[in-house]
Design a binder for this molecule. Sequence first.
Ligand SMILES: *Cc1c(COP(=O)(O)O)cnc(C)c1O
Length: 489
Amino acid sequence: MIEALPSRGVPAERVLAELDELRGADLPTTGGRLFAYVFESAVPGLDELAAAAYARSAHVNGLDPTAFPSLLAMENALVAAAARVLGAGPGTAAPDVVGSVTSGGTESIILAVKAARDARPDITAPRLVAPASAHAAFAKAAHYLGLTLDTVPISPRTLVPAPEDIARAIRPETVLVVCSAPAYAHGVVDPVAPIAAAAAEAGVRCHVDACFGGWSLPWLRRLGVPVPEFDFAVPGVTSVSVDLHKYAYCPKGVSVLLHRDAQLRRPQYFGYADWPGYPLVNPVISSTRSGGPIAAALATLRHLGDAGYLALAERTRSAVRDICAAVRDVPGLRLLADPAATVVCFVADDPELDVFVLADELAGRGWHVQPQHRYGEIPPSLHLSVTAGAAAGAADFGPALRDAVGATRAAGPVRLPAELLALAGSLRPEDLTPQLMAGLVAGLGLDPAGPGIDTNRMALVNTLLGAAPAALRERLLVEFLSLLQTPSW
Ligand SMILES: *Cc1c(COP(=O)(O)O)cnc(C)c1O
C-alpha cells in the first residue's frame, strides 16, 4: 500500500523507486509478449523521445489554443497527417476534411455520435445502427447521449454484417450508421463501401471506426496485403476515427476524429458564455487537457515518418505470420478469421481444450493473450493484437503455445461447481447484493484487498462470467471493480 500524502515529502529518487516497485506488479509493456492493452514498437529510443516531448508540454493546457499556440499547431499537424493517411486532404475526394485531437478512441466515438445526434435536433428519439461487432464504445456513447442502439447481427462465418441488414435497420430516426476497419474482437474489416452507400442513400451519416486499423491498414496495403477501401475514398463516409496510441505507437491519450467537412464537425463543439467566468468553447469532452500526449504524438510521428511506419508494418506483418503459423500447427485450434489486419484470434474446436485454461497456461509462460467470451454461435476465443514489438520473439510463440496446449489438455476444462453454474444461469442482475458478491469473490479465491489479482489464474472467473448472461456479466464486473476501487486508508 502506498500513502499519497505523507506528512513530510519523500525525496524524488525514493518516489521514483517506489513507482518502479509498483510498476513491477504490472503486465510487461515491453518484450513483445503482451497482446492487448499496449502497442509496442520496439524502436530503440522512441519511447524516450516521446517521454521527453511529453514532459515539455505536460503543463500546457489545451483549454485555450490562443494562449498556447504550440498545441494548436501540433494538433493541426496531427489532423493533417491523419487525414492524408486516411484518403483525405488536398487533391483527394475529401479536400475539405477537418478534425480534432481527442484523448482516445472512446472519446472520438462519443464525439462522432454527439455530432450526428446534434445535427438532427428535429429527431427526438435518435437511433444508432451498428454491427454487433462494433466496439463497446458505441454502446457507451448511446448510453451517455441518450440514443437507442440498433445492433445488426454478424455472420458467425465471415464475422461481418450483411450490408442489406444494415440498410434494413436504418429508420427515420437513425442519425448515424457505424462500421469498423477492422472490428477489435476478430480484426475483420466490415464491407464499408456498401454500408456507407446505404447510409448515404438514406441521408444518414456514416462513421468508420478505424481506431484500431487506421494507422496500420494503409501501410499494410502498400506491402501488398489486400485491404478494401475503408476511408474517405469511400463515398458516403462522413467521419473516421483513428487512435494514435495504437498502431502509431504514441503514448496513451491520443486519437484523431476526422469529418469530411467543417459543417459535419460543427455540432461536435460545445460553447457556453452564459456564466460569470470565461466564455467556454470546447471541441472535445475535456476542458483542461494536457499538452503532453499531443506533443508526444507529434514527436513520435515526426521521428518515425512514413518510412518508419512502413518498416513497422512489415515487422508486424511478419509477427502476424509467425503467430498464425504457430496456431495452425496445433491440432484442435482454429483461426477464427484470416488476419488481413493485425489481429490473431483463435478458438478451440476440441471440447477437451479450454481456451480460458490455455490463456492461463500461456500467461504462466510469460505470454499474455486476451480471452473473449462466447457470442452467439461464436465460441470463446483468444485475441492477440499483434504489434511490431512482437516480431523479434514471435518465433518463440510456437513452442510456448504447444507446451501450453499440452498443459491445458492435461489440466482438462474448467468445471464449475453445479451450484455456481446454476447461480450464474438464474441470478437476476438486480439481485446481486454486495454480500452475495463478497461471497462469490471469496469463493473464487480472489482477494480484492490483496496485493493484486493473480492474472495467471483467471480461467475459473472467465468460465463463471461466460456462464452468466451478458446483463449479469456486466453487473458482476461492475460490482467487482467497485470492490477493487476502495480507498487505501
Ligand atoms: C481501441 C478501440 C476503441 C476504443 O478506443 P480507446 O482508445 O480504448 O478508448 C474503439 N474502437 C476500436 C475498433 C478499437 O480498437
